[in-house]
Design a protein around this ligand. Structure first.
Ligand code: ADP
Length: 258
């Protein structure tokens, strides 16, 4: 005949444990919901171009169309096939990032010459859209980054800046030192993003204006990849925007690199 005496803290501990299990279950439920939504989006995004491809291929097979119309349909088929290729590439990239299989090989990057290189590559593309593209960076400003990945991040942000700017707009890429942080800024004077959408734009497949961005060729994965790549560097990204005035993305590298 013996009794087990439980410590006074027993009830508290059991309560805490129950609470943790509840939180865990809620997190799991949330993750499962997110995963299902992601899979539903993937299947939708893959199906749309496939529907176009199949539809127009069927028409071409069944009907003897004038050369001009045939060309038009073939162009759509090629465009949609390209969209599929891009989508699969981006999904693969995200999958690798999710599994931490992305090798980020950091080195000391001197931002001044790095930006000059980016300017040389992108200037003709901006000129084609009649958008002014300026780059500014003080000398001897460094970040620890994987140069290829940093390039990918900036190309993505600059491509968006160009896509969502009117002709004769202006886009700025600049870097500045702020206390012991380095900020890389991509700023445009384009259509801007409504305030209610701002917290969502880094979500996978999120697009502010689905119909319009489809015609511009967006998948809605670009910013999700940017966010993952920035975080993989241990850096942060913020966005501020005013509708019809412009958008500003800022990448923040903490810690000074000399
Ligand atoms: P997308 O491939 O559609 O451009 P992103 O993930 O790159 O996808 O961007 C998500 C959405 O955020 C875009 O569809 C667009 O609505 C909005 N967006 C991103 N960058 C800008 C910008 N510079 N100006 C206005 N809207 C933007």
């Amino acid at each position: 005949n013996y009794s087990v005496s439980l410590p006074d803290t027993y009830d508290d501990e059991m309560g805490e444990l129950a609470e943790s299990i509840e939180t865990l279950a809620r997190d799991l439920q949330y993750l499962t919901k997110q995963r299902n939504e992601f899979l539903a989006s993937i299947s939708h995004e893959l199906r749309t171009p496939l529907t176009y491809i199949k539809g127009y291929a069927d028409i071409l097979r069944k009907q003897d169309l004038p050369k001009e119309e045939t060309e038009k349909y073939l162009t759509i088929i090629v465009d949609e096939a390209n969209r599929l290729t891009q989508l699969v590439k981006e999904l693969f990239e995200l999958a690798k990032l999710d599994q931490n299989q992305f090798a980020i090989v950091k080195e000391k990057v001197d931002l001044h010459p790095f930006f000059e290189k980016i300017k040389q590559r992108l200037l003709p593309i901006f000129q084609e859209s009649k958008i002014e593209f300026t780059v500014s960076c003080p000398p001897n400003l460094y970040v620890m980054a994987d140069p290829l990945r940093l390039e990918q991040i900036l190309f993505n942000l600059l491509d968006n800046a160009k896509k969502y700017s009117p002709n004769n707009g202006a886009v700025v890429l600049k870097a500045l030192k702020h206390k012991n942080e380095v900020h890389i800024v991509v700023q445009d004077h384009g259509k801007g993003i409504p305030e209610k959408d701002l917290p969502l734009i880094f979500n996978r497949f999120y697009r502010v204006d689905k119909a319009r961005t489809r015609s511009l060729g967006g998948s809605g994965l670009g910013l999700a990849i940017v966010k993952e790549l920035v975080h993989a560097h241990g850096a942060d990204i913020t966005v501020s925007s005013t509708e019809n005035a412009g958008t500003c993305f800022e990448i923040i590298f903490k810690g000074e690199v000399r």
